[in-house]
Write a protein of this length. Structure first.
Length: 311
């Protein structure tokens, strides 16, 4: 089984795919552009980059593999771990790692991972069917020289009537030379504008990634029947967060699991990313909340964090 194929499948639908304990592949949308040296035009696309700091398992890749291969979530995590360990071993031996349809990884003299994205795949679905094409360069100097030659050869007619009989092809040639010059200026301005847009997109990339890694996916083989929870208004303003979930049923499942373990868990509602937040417990004062947070991080979940919010 090739993990690369599943990563490639997910990059068409998501902007970030994380390989646990290895790194994340992040896509950034680029506008159409042109290579002035090869005179090649490229359609809009998604540029892939690699971030070695994104290593927490968000469940996206493992859940996808488990669904396609018809295996358990734990088995999928094990398969990903084996593949990532092989990649790490190759990099430690100064060998490059080729990931099909995605790119290649290698280490430099400082031991840092260098990623070279593949150019064979375009992960932007709105550009499906569009391919790059080349156009020969316009030889403006040659056209201008031909115009000058025509102006030299053309006779100078003294009468007003004969002046109006200037050959049509000479007027066309002069118009073409002017058109090419104006077009060149406009095209350079367009390229500068596209470059500025790309810089702004790259600056926004980190904010998008931070939002993505707060989303969690759980594989629920036997989901509980839909229930209605009456969330009472609390005066406790300090909450130790257990997780945030895209699906409300997953949040309800998590609450039930924590209550069975003895926690005073509850649903806190939606955050600014429209994810349902679940707490281990809530407290009246900050000192008790910090003590509870330290205990939970040490014994249960090191990713727990404290939310201060009034309801």
């Amino acid at each position: 089984m090739r993990i690369a194929d599943y990563i490639s499948d997910l990059l068409y639908r998501y902007e970030c795919v994380i390989v646990p304990d290895f790194g994340g592949f992040v896509t950034n949308e680029l506008s159409a552009n042109v290579n002035h040296f090869t005179h090649t035009f490229y359609p809009p696309s998604k540029q892939i980059s690699f971030n070695s700091h994104l290593q927490n398992n968000d469940g996206l890749l493992a859940n996808h593999i488990a669904s396609v291969e018809k295996i358990s979530f734990e088995d999928a995590v094990s398969l990903i771990k084996n593949e990532s360990e092989n990649w790490i071993q190759s990099l430690l031996q100064n060998e490059s790692v080729e990931i099909s349809k995605i790119g290649s990884l290698a280490t430099n003299e400082e031991g840092k991972i260098i990623f070279e994205p593949s150019t064979t795949e375009n992960y932007l679905t709105s550009s499906f069917g569009l391919s790059s094409f080349s156009s020969p360069a316009v030889k403006r100097l040659e056209y201008q020289e031909k115009v000058r030659q025509l102006e030299t050869i053309a006779p100078i007619l003294p009468s007003e009537e004969k002046k109006r009989k200037t050959p049509v092809f000479l007027k066309i040639a002069a118009s073409l030379a002017l058109l090419f010059t104006v077009g060149s200026i406009g095209w350079n301005s367009y390229n500068e504008n596209q470059y500025q847009k790309q810089l702004l997109a790259e600056q926004a990339q980190q904010e998008v990634v931070e939002q993505k890694i707060q989303q969690a996916t759980f594989v629920i083989e036997n989901p509980l029947p839909e229930i209605t929870l009456n969330v009472l208004k609390e005066t406790k303003n300090y909450h130790v967060i257990a997780g945030a979930f895209r699906e409300p049923k997953n949040a309800e499942k998590k609450v039930q699991q924590l209550i069975e373990k003895g926690f005073d868990a509850q649903i806190l509602g939606l955050n600014k990313w429209n994810l349902t937040q679940v707490s281990f417990a809530s407290y009246d004062n900050k000192v008790d909340a910090l003590n509870g947070l330290r205990t939970i991080k040490r014994t249960v979940n090191s990713d727990a964090w404290l939310l201060v919010k009034k309801f």
